[in-house]
Design a binder for this molecule. Structure first.
Ligand code: ZN
Length: 144
């Protein structure tokens, strides 16, 4: 018997649905992701949180209302939104794509003792960059 036989790898998949309400909006999804980790019954593993969209992002930071406002503001300042972008000829949302690609669309989270290893001040956020829209976030939890 190899060492691998003693470990039964489990997979748990879920899709979160998020309805955004603003053009740029930061949505705290920490409690939903934690809930899925509980449901998965996986003690030790990783959670991959993935957004299958081109004008959204996923980030981890502090859920402090002033800071959320600041990040939403910075998202609008990071590139000039009024510029004449090539992509705007077919779809008027080039800045949403650019900021989305800068921030990234997936997160890897560590699970230990059945819980997410998040720092005291860390929360998980979905970032809408071209809302309001109906969005989804794919979650795959792998471990034992
Ligand atoms: Zn576009």
């Amino acid at each position: 018997m190899s060492a691998l036989d003693k470990h039964q790898m489990k997979f748990f998949d879920k899709i979160l649905r998020i309805q955004t309400k603003k053009p740029v909006e930061i949505v705290d999804i920490t409690s939903q992701i934690s809930q899925l980790v509980q449901e998965s019954k996986i003690n030790k593993g990783i959670a991959i949180v993935y957004s299958p969209h081109t004008t959204t992002a996923l980030i981890i930071n502090e859920n402090e209302p002033g800071l959320i406002k600041d990040i939403e503001g910075a998202v609008k300042d990071i590139v000039p939104w009024g510029k004449n972008y090539a992509h705007n000829a077919i779809d008027n949302n080039a800045p949403s794509h650019i900021v989305g690609s800068f921030l990234g669309n997936s997160l890897n989270l560590i699970i230990s003792k059945g819980n997410l290893e998040l720092g005291t001040w860390q929360s998980i956020f979905f970032v809408e960059l071209d809302g309001p829209r109906s969005r989804k976030v794919l979650v795959r939890i792998v471990g034992e």
